[in-house]
Ligand binder design. Structure first.
Ligand SMILES: N[C@H](CCC[C@H](N)C(=O)O)C(=O)O
Length: 294
């Protein structure tokens, strides 16, 4: 058996994803391999979605999600759409049930080619996010950054979509905030014992908002699907928006998020293939497939 596995570089509205195929194997993509692939501009990514054989009856595959710093994530909405696109193209199947460290999730390819992922039910309890101390009302927690008497960002809503999110509501254009400066400080703030994905959100109507996200373990990204879901549920929960919201990501790409009456959050959007190759899951050494080379 070759030590190399097939992979595809893909993106979900700009969120850079490597889909790695470890089906039929017992090994894993190592954090070292992830960091090596992240540091090469040709394979630089936000998340690796490692597809493994199913561990639980009734599921299609187990998916491990690895951030570009080598840490693991419980959820990745944009990456899950890329996995669906890759597996649907290979198998012709259109509905999938995946298992991740955060539980079971269902996803499907729609007739118009878009892909919908059911990210399950959001959680709002302070221990679920988790926060380091008790907050009874997580629609708005005490946390601010910038000058003490004139904070630049403050009072975020927090939620878990399997992974931890803080949503800072802003009035100005999302591009007018130094998220690259504030993001690392907030991601690593002691209030978040498992760190957090940090999003700024500008509500533009009851059914739309613009967001930018500093991702835990990946930094500024062109899009973050679970953050879009967290922003949508927090928007509805604070009565800023309705339960169906169109979210515009920094890439300009759009996701449609519905927080259904049964409490499930459904994210719909595209997935795009870029190129494929093979990689060594232990070291991150990789090669582009020959037919892709122009
Ligand atoms: N890009 C992903 C989120 C990655 C989350 C990760 N940064 C973490 O929770 O550590 C998405 O589309 O949902």
């Amino acid at each position: 058996m070759s030590s190399h596995i097939p992979f595809a570089r893909m993106n979900g509205i700009g969120n850079a994803i490597l889909v790695a195929d470890l089906r039929g194997r017992a090994d894993r993509v190592t954090p070292d391999a992830a960091r090596a692939l992240a540091s090469d501009p040709a394979t630089a990514f936000d998340q690796i979605m490692a597809i493994h054989d199913a561990r639980t009856a009734g599921t299609d595959n187990y998916i491990q999600i690895i951030n570009s710093d080598g840490s693991f994530a419980q959820a990745c909405g944009n990456g899950t759409r890329c996995v669906v696109a890759a597996l649907a193209a290979e198998t012709g199947k259109r509905s999938f049930t995946f298992e991740t460290v955060a539980g079971i999730l269902n996803a499907r390819e729609n007739d118009d080619g878009s892909i919908s992922v059911d990210l399950g039910m959001p959680r709002f309890g302070w221990q679920d996010i988790p926060l380091a101390e008790e907050f009874r009302d997580t629609r708005m927690i005490e946390l601010q950054i910038g000058p003490i008497d004139a904070p630049v960002l403050h009072s975020p809503s927090v939620a878990s979509m399997g992974n931890p999110h803080a949503i800072f509501w802003v009035d100005e254009d999302v591009w007018s905030y130094d998220l690259d400066r504030f993001g690392p400080l907030l991601e690593n703030h002691p209030i978040f014992p498992e760190r957090a994905n940090i999003t700024i959100a500008q509500v533009t109507s009851r059914g739309s908002m613009n967001i930018r996200t500093w991702e835990r373990g990946a930094g500024l990204t062109l899009a973050c699907g679970s953050a879009a879901c967290a922003a949508a549920v927090c928007g509805a929960r604070t009565n800023r928006t309705d339960r169906i919201v169109e979210i515009t990501a920094p890439s300009g790409g759009k996701l449609s998020i519905e927080w259904r009456d049964d409490d499930h959050v459904i994210m719909t959007g595209p997935a795009e293939w870029e190129f494929s190759g093979t990689l060594d899951p232990e070291t991150g050494a990789w090669q582009r497939d020959v037919e892709d080379v122009a």
